[in-house]
Design a protein around this ligand. Structure first.
Ligand SMILES: [Zn+2]
Ligand SMILES: [Zn+2]
Length: 287
């Protein structure tokens, strides 16, 4: 399913589209595009690897105007220096989250504009100062929360109304508990400032489903303590049992861009006549 190329659409195409280029503890990068202009959310891979991944969705490094950093962990920031050096991209981060030279600090909870998109950082609980992101343009919105230990009511409030959600589903708790990680690391991952489990992601999806959610990309999956089928299956089952089987669920993977996720006024509910194949699911799980 990767390697799907979409025309830029130009200024006539409403809304935004995104692809998670790579996800997980080995490096996180997402590409977001609106009105033909693009930016990254995090850059935890080298410039050269980002360039290769962009090529698989029909884009180049020159399409990247900015990078929005969620937090300072190296799996989200290791490529930023090379991107700035080679491409001169503007880097944004919330104040106190990643204060590096040349980074534009913006206030948490205050909207700022990037590539014609209104972006807002919101705080999430993690073991470093960390933000999620809400992106809004032309009446539609998407939200990112890829490193967080729990979904608080405040986090849900920021994500509510998003048509597309990129949400962490790091581990299956049983797999983690029985797995090979040291006990201290297991405790940290399972804590309220660690990483979200599949079940926690499912509960958040369930809370957001009645508020216009139509696409979920599960992100930051552990290669040791999770699988795409396990993560998608857990979330799909919870949504389906509650009557929200229409929400499309995908898993972001390491080194393999997701198909484009279109976030536009026609990507909403199946009865609006605009939606194709909302019941499609990657891996065919959860049916
Ligand atoms: Zn992190
Ligand atoms: Zn991370």
């Amino acid at each position: 399913m990767s390697g799907e190329v979409a025309p830029r659409g130009g200024s006539a195409k409403p809304g935004l589209r995104l692809s998670i280029l790579s996800s997980g503890s080995s490096g996180n990068v997402a590409y977001v595009e609106a009105s033909g202009r693009g930016f990254l959310v995090d850059a935890g891979l080298s410039c050269r690897r980002v360039e290769r991944l962009l090529a698989r969705i029909g884009r180049g490094i020159d399409d990247v105007e900015a990078v929005l950093v969620t937090h300072g962990h190296t799996d989200h920031t290791s490529g930023i220096r090379s991107l700035v050096r080679k491409c001169g991209v503007q880097v944004y981060a919330a104040r106190g989250v990643w204060d590096a030279p040349g980074v534009a600090s913006v206030e948490v909870a205050e909207p700022f504009e990037v590539c014609g998109v209104e972006a807002t950082y919101f705080e999430v609980p993690h073991d470093a100062p960390t933000c999620g992101l809400r992106l809004r343009t032309e009446g539609v919105s998407a939200a990112f929360a890829t490193d967080l230990g729990e979904v608080t009511p405040q986090t849900l409030g920021w994500m509510s109304g998003a048509r597309a959600l990129v949400l962490e589903a790091n581990h299956d708790p049983q797999w983690l508990r029985r797995g090979p990680y040291p006990e201290e690391l297991k405790r940290r991952i399972l804590s309220g400032s660690g990483h979200l489990s599949n079940q926690q992601a499912a509960e958040a999806a369930l809370a957001l489903a009645p508020h216009g959610l139509s696409e979920i990309v599960l992100a930051h999956l552990s290669e040791t303590n999770n699988s795409p089928a396990r993560a998608c299956g857990t979330v799909a089952r919870v949504l389906r049992e509650a009557g929200y089987g229409r929400v499309r669920i995908r898993a972001a993977m390491r080194g393999r861009p997701t198909p484009w996720v279109e976030v536009d006024p026609c990507s909403g509910h199946p009865d609006d006549g605009c939606v194709r194949g909302l019941t499609d699911r990657l891996f065919g799980v959860g049916r």
